[in-house]
Ligand binder design. Structure first.
Ligand code: ZN
Length: 328
């Protein structure tokens, strides 16, 4: 069962979350493995995508934001890009593009940061955008303060939270082919909500790394091994680490309210993509191949448009009132 647990430390400016994804995670791997175009991703890519997915669920759940959180890692190695998207209702999807050989056990830098040119981008794409409004995007390198290559996604993201939000964050992440899981511990700002999207965030730079309660709990969190995170129930994780602390737990989010795999692709979206090709280009493809076929990189769904379907895309568009932005 995939589940997300949120908790607070009573009387302390510290909060935490544990996420565990199993059936939903296995479904993603299964779909990829049976996708005739891509096949299964190499083992280190699967592990990275699992960690990205667990981390993205934790980050999405920790902010007040309505829309998609998109985490992308891209760079100069055989893994061209890895991307995870989590909606504010915790639906998620993830995929990667591999362009060269990746050995079992390959490090993060060997995959995507060979010459320290790798980047991690976090984008917040609001659900109800104003006309012309751009998504918020923050970009961090995959190296630390001394330009040393970071080999753990958790280090990259802790760095990100510190740089962009001035929030102390501890992340423990792990993934294998059965489960993707994560633990997040965060020092809460004393005033205002720690919010990636919030324009009015109170920063407490002077407190970074100095709060004793946070530091004690962070050390406990870091003692969690990947093996424990992957095999223990979230309740057992919390109990094993924090049995001496006063932990206030919220009801677990699971099922239709919890983290779950769901792709947001649709035939209508593919239709809009065909529309953007222009009628001449679209008809030329149909003339040459008889159909336009578009496969979804996230779920493996194949969308097929024949000559009639393609013509209909353009007829339907012609009878619609153009949106204000289409006038320009
Ligand atoms: Zn899809």
């Amino acid at each position: 069962m995939s589940e997300l647990h949120k908790f607070l430390f009573e009387g302390l400016p510290v909060r935490g979350m544990v996420v565990r994804l199993d059936a939903a995670w296995k479904e993603i791997l299964q779909r990829r493995a049976t996708n005739s175009e891509t096949g299964a991703d190499p083992q280190p890519v699967r592990a990275l995508l699992g960690e990205m997915t667990a981390a993205s669920v934790l980050m999405q759940a920790s902010i007040q934001f309505k829309g998609a959180l998109v985490m992308q890692i891209f760079g100069d190695g055989p893994l061209k890009v890895a991307v995870t998207e989590v909606q504010s209702d915790l639906r998620f999807r993830t995929t990667a593009k591999v362009v060269g050989p990746i050995a079992d056990g390959a490090s993060l830098s060997a995959m995507v940061n060979v010459n320290n040119e790798g980047r991690c981008a976090i984008t917040l794409d609001p659900q109800d955008k104003m006309p012309g409004q751009q998504p918020y995007q923050s970009l961090v390198p995959l190296y630390g303060d001394q330009h040393e290559k970071l080999e753990q996604l958790s280090s990259v993201l802790e760095h990100f939270m510190l740089q962009s939000q001035q929030i102390d964050t501890t992340l423990v992440l792990a993934a294998n082919d059965e489960c993707a899981a994560g633990l997040l511990i965060q020092r809460m700002p004393l005033k205002g909500e720690g919010n990636l999207a919030g324009a009015v965030t109170q920063h407490h730079e002077d407190e970074i790394g100095l709060n004793e309660d946070y530091n004690r709990i962070a050390i406990l969190a870091r003692s969690l091994t990947a093996q424990e995170l992957l095999t223990l129930d979230p309740e057992d994780v919390m109990h094993r680490l924090f049995w001496e602390e006063k932990v206030l737990r919220y009801p677990a989010l699971t099922g239709a309210e919890g983290p779950r795999f769901e792709c947001s692709c649709s035939r209508e979206r593919v239709g809009r993509m065909i529309l953007s090709l222009g009628q001449d280009e679209a008809q030329a493809i149909v003339a040459e191949r008889r159909t336009i076929e578009v496969g979804c990189d996230f779920c493996g769904m194949q969308y097929v448009f024949d000559a009639v379907d393609t013509a209909q895309v353009f007829t339907a568009a012609a009878t619609q009132v153009p949106a204000p932005t289409a006038v320009q």
